[in-house]
Ligand binder design. Structure first.
Ligand code: ATP
Ligand code: MG
Length: 567
């Protein structure tokens, strides 16, 4: 493509509302523009990258035996009622009415629509396994759309759905998708990790997320330094290490703790270490109040708590929720509290002579001993793991690092096939419910994540699989011979299938160099009168900054060799 005929509106200044690198660079490199909150237009350069990534995804999905379809984005809300998900999904579902006042939603995900299709179409075990996928825009009314296309309200996703005869067959389909995802993100040259994940509002029995390790990530990846264990912080587990308090239990005491309600203040005023404190947090479940207890040096993990109690919804209690309880906010503890369900983390239970809230203004209990001083309805793992905690599977220590979730695979089981009645006839002619899996990749988010991992102060450094163009040729000066020779090289590369951009604009050299760095094609070739005379081309590699000279003659084979060596 010739730059003079292309539309790449690069920006010198960083747009004020862009916080993260990928958002800034996608705007500055002329890849996209914002239409509204979380809604973007993809310009030719941006869309070219999207198409490159989509092709990689298509190839690997097709190789794995999945079949491409296109489902409607417009979905009748009755289907969501039928699956039982309408309530749980909540305000993230973009809803609208047609002229007959019928309710519709714009698809945030397509479990209902695909299951509706398959229940009508597939009759026999002979038609299974079946894996259908699509690449399409999705709509989610995110509470906080931000970071450009990392969290949009309209974004492109690849979603696939597998249908199997039983759990064992689902395991196979799941593994096939897991392997395909590994190939896809490896081909993009990304530094990523598959991690154990929570199933969230999609539901089901098991899940992995594919995380690109980058500071802009909104998730936290927990991984072991010694073994393969990796999980999202939302459900990561660590070994239970006993507190090791070797002391006799002392008599319970209620003491004054004016102006001390945080753990830090209490450590100071009570002169007790944080791991002897019992931190109590009040939550509101679906129809009851829950007091969650963790050791003072840990935080409550809300997702673990939600899963332990098998709830759909859990939130921190509001001021009003304290009305009528025999406690005071800031001084809440398990001793003597009524009308709440007390749930304790497993590390709380062996605290000896600890401290907890006194349930009265400016009061705390000392010498608190669980079981002796208060009862607990349920004990479980509800704490958030910390850096340095010991791995559950080996002697290694756990590390925490931010990650961007670019894909997720789920074992759904019968979560959708059962309520929607997706059945097939088995070998004995008996009706059985299908067993499902679902698999998503954020197309636009992956592109932003790639930029998060591949950029410098001057712009993007595309890995070769996703580069909009492999080579950019910059023509220097107004010399006709340079123009002619540049065009010849451009045609030669193009004809041999190398995606090439020719900067033939009448711009100053500085402008061309800056734009080339910003756009970030892996190979930059510069041709000016002087190099032409010497029969040379100047080559600079964007990823490493390496500069070299190649002969103008035979430049095609040299370029091909360079491409082979790129990441
Ligand atoms: P998140 O936890 O980040 O909100 P999710 O777990 O709800 O994402 P899934 O339902 O698993 O997302 O969707 C599949 C993939 O779609 C995700 O792995 C992610 O790459 C992408 N995705 C999800 N939400 C968005 C969004 N708001 N903007 C861009 N991509 C998204
Ligand atoms: Mg997800």
């Amino acid at each position: 493509m010739k730059m003079s005929k292309m539309y790449i509106p690069t920006l010198k200044e960083t747009p004020a509302d862009a916080e993260v690198i990928s958002h800034k660079l996608m705007l500055r490199a002329g890849m996209m523009r914002r239409l509204g909150s979380g809604v973007y237009t993809y310009l030719p350069l941006g869309y070219k990258v999207i198409r490159k990534f989509e092709e990689i995804v298509r190839e690997e999905m097709n190789n794995s035996g999945a079949l491409e379809v296109l489902l409607p984005a417009l979905q009748p809300v009755e289907l969501w009622d039928e699956s039982g998900r309408l309530q749980n999904y909540g305000p993230e579902l973009m809803r609208l009415k047609d002229r007959h006042n019928r309710d519709f939603a714009l698809g945030p995900t397509h479990e209902e629509v695909i299951t509706d299709l398959v229940r009508d179409e597939v009759r026999s075990y002979k038609d299974l396994p079946l894996n259908l996928y699509q690449i399409q825009s999705k709509y989610r009314d995110e509470i906080r759309p931000r970071f450009g296309v990392l969290r949009g309200r309209e974004f492109i996703m690849k979603d696939a759905y597998s249908f199997d005869v039983d759990e064992a067959a689902l395991e196979e389909s799941y593994q096939t998708m897991y392997d395909a995802y590994t190939k896809i993100f490896s081909r993009c040259g990304l530094d990523f990790r598959p991690v154990e994940a929570d199933t969230g509002s999609i539901g089901g029995e098991g899940s992995h997320e594919f995380m690109v390790l980058a500071d802009a990530g909104e998730d936290i990846v927990v991984y072991c330094e010694e073994c393969d264990y990796a999980a999202n912080l939302e459900l990561a587990k660590a070994k239970v290490e006993a507190n090791g308090f070797n002391e006799d239990s002392l008599e319970l005491e209620l003491v004054d703790t004016p102006e001390a309600s945080t753990i830090e203040e209490l450590v100071e005023s009570l002169d007790l270490p944080a791991h002897k404190m019992i931190k109590a947090l009040l939550f509101k479940g679906e129809d009851e109040l829950i007091l969650a207890l963790v050791r003072g040096d840990y935080e409550v993990n809300e997702i673990k708590l939600t899963n332990l109690l098998d709830l759909n919804n859990l939130e921190l209690a509001s001021e009003e929720d304290y009305d009528g309880l025999n406690t005071v906010k800031g001084f809440t503890g398990p001793i003597g509290i009524k009308e709440v369900k007390v749930i304790a983390d497993e590390l709380v239970m062996d605290i000896v002579n600890g401290a907890s809230g006194g349930n009265k203004e400016d009061k705390h209990y000392l010498n608190v001993n669980p079981e002796r001083d208060f009862e607990v309805e349920l004990v479980g793992d509800i704490r958030e793991v910390r850096e340095g905690d010991q791995c559950l599977h080996c002697e290694g220590e756990l590390k925490l690092t931010p990650g961007i979730e670019v894909g997720q695979v789920f074992k759904l089981g019968k979560k959708y096939s059962e309520p929607l009645g997706a059945t097939f006839l088995d070998e004995n002619g008996k009706a059985q419910t299908m067993v499902m899996g679902c698999y998503g990749i954020g197309i636009t988010r992956t592109i932003a994540a790639t930029i998060e991992q591949n950029s410098d102060e001057y712009g993007i450094k595309w890995p070769k699989a996703l580069a909009p163009y492999m080579v950019e040729i910059l023509l220097m000066g107004k010399n006709d011979e340079v123009l002619e020779e540049g065009e010849r090289v451009y045609e030669e590369l193009k004809e041999s299938g190398i995606d090439t951009l020719l900067d033939d604009r009448k711009e100053r050299a500085g402008v061309k160099f800056n734009d080339a760095d910003l756009i970030g094609c892996p190979i930059r070739i510069t041709l000016g009168a002087r190099s032409l005379k010497a029969g040379k081309l100047e080559v600079k590699l964007r990823q490493t900054g390496e500069e070299l000279e190649i002969d103008l003659e035979n430049c095609l084979s040299s370029i091909k060799k360079i491409i082979k060596g790129l990441n």
